[in-house]
Each structure stands twice: as C-alpha cells, then as structure tokens.
Ligand binder design. Sequence first.
Ligand SMILES: Nc1ncnc2c1ncn2[C@@H]1O[C@H](COP(=O)(O)OP(=O)(O)OP(=O)(O)O)[C@@H](O)[C@H]1O
Ligand SMILES: [Mg+2]
Length: 148
Amino acid sequence: MADLLDEAKRPKVKTHINIGGDVFLECDKSLMAEVFKDITDNAVQAIRAKHAPGETEKGEIVISGAQEKGRYKISFKDNGTGVPPNKLENIFDPGVTTKNKEFNSGLGLANCKKVITKHGGNIYAENNGDGDGATIIIELPYKIISIK
Ligand SMILES: Nc1ncnc2c1ncn2[C@@H]1O[C@H](COP(=O)(O)OP(=O)(O)OP(=O)(O)O)[C@@H](O)[C@H]1O
Ligand SMILES: [Mg+2]
C-alpha cells in the first residue's frame, strides 16, 4: 500500500501518508493505483480551484489508513473546495462532473466505485466542514489484509 499510495502523490501539493506500518492488501495493483490517482487528481483540482493561482502550496492532502470494524479504511483528506453538499452522493455516478465537460468526463469516481466494489469494498465522500475541503473514504474487507 505504501508504494501504491506513494505513486499517487502529486507534485506541488504536500501529501502526508500515514498508514501505520507495512500494509499488504490483495488487490489488482494497476486498477488500485488508478483509483488512488483519480482521487488525488480530484483533490489537486479542488485545491487549485480554491486557492489563488501560485498558492497551491497552501494545498494539503492527508492519506490515512487504519483497521476499523473488520475493514481497512483509507481516507484521502484535502483542503480544496469541498463537494457541493447536494452532490455528495451522486459524484460516484458515471458522467457527473462540476468541471468543464470539454475536458472532464465525470468518469473518474465512477471507475473508482466499480473497482472498489469489485474488491468487496465501498467508497464514499464527506465534506470536512466549514468549507475546508473534502475526504474520500475507501473501506476494504479486512480479511484480505495482512499487516507485517
Ligand atoms: N476532492 C474533491 N473535492 C471537491 N470535489 C470533488 C472532489 N473529488 C470529486 N469531486 C467532485 O466530484 C465530481 C466527480 O468527480 P470525477 O472524478 O468522477 O469526475 P471529474 O473529475 O469531474 O472528471 P474526470 O475525473 O472524468 O476528469 C467532480 O466534478 C467534483 O465536483
Ligand atoms: Mg476526476
């Protein structure tokens, strides 16, 4: 997981990864790498949309991983714009985008949901409150995890 999450880091935006040790998860590595990248891409875009040009250094992504109630939970917290509250549920539907439709298909999170569901997990979004960005949360079945 540490390697995969490292690959999802984006230049110019500080990214902290705190997954508590070496976590090994049985998954399709390239599909999971795509999921993590789609999520951090969205975070960077939300950070760019919130902060003035040239101030993306104020942006921050915190990736945390922990065992919780029989699941392994990975959260991606950013300090971008946050998700419009009425869209929190449907951003995982194909074709839902608040960005320029010429350049964005709105398929990123739909693909994430497909991949995570295939792995027996679930994915959802929350806002951090007070306009301070969003958190995308993935929960995967604990039984496929081994932690060294
Ligand atoms: N971290 C985030 N902060 C704020 N809004 C987000 C975040 N992640 C996703 N969203 C919202 O969810 C919508 C859907 O995201 P998704 O990745 O599926 O599509 P997209 O980024 O618009 O287009 P694509 O990924 O296909 O280029 C986005 O348009 C945006 O409104
Ligand atoms: Mg996207």
